[in-house]
Design a protein around this ligand. Sequence first.
Ligand SMILES: [Zn+2]
Ligand SMILES: [Zn+2]
Ligand SMILES: [Zn+2]
Length: 89
Amino acid sequence: MAECTHLDQVRVTELPQAIAGCEECLKTGDRWVHLRMCLTCGKIGCCDSSPNRHARQHAGDDGHELARSAEPGEDWAYCFADDVFLQVA
Ligand SMILES: [Zn+2]
Ligand SMILES: [Zn+2]
Ligand SMILES: [Zn+2]
């Protein structure tokens, strides 16, 4: 069974009250499909179904491997490094 070794990176689990969209896509005027929030710094990025995959890019650039879904009613998280799904506590 796959395990995540990055749980000590988690700093932020609560979603902000209002989410405008993927921070990087908003800068460039691009579109996204679903949103993810980095559990280390709270950055909002777009999912792997989105053209720019900013959540995954952020994990690679900053080493913040864990992100949660920022979609309403979804409370799962995902580790990009370990390719495992987790439940946000
Ligand atoms: Zn991990
Ligand atoms: Zn994006
Ligand atoms: Zn981050």
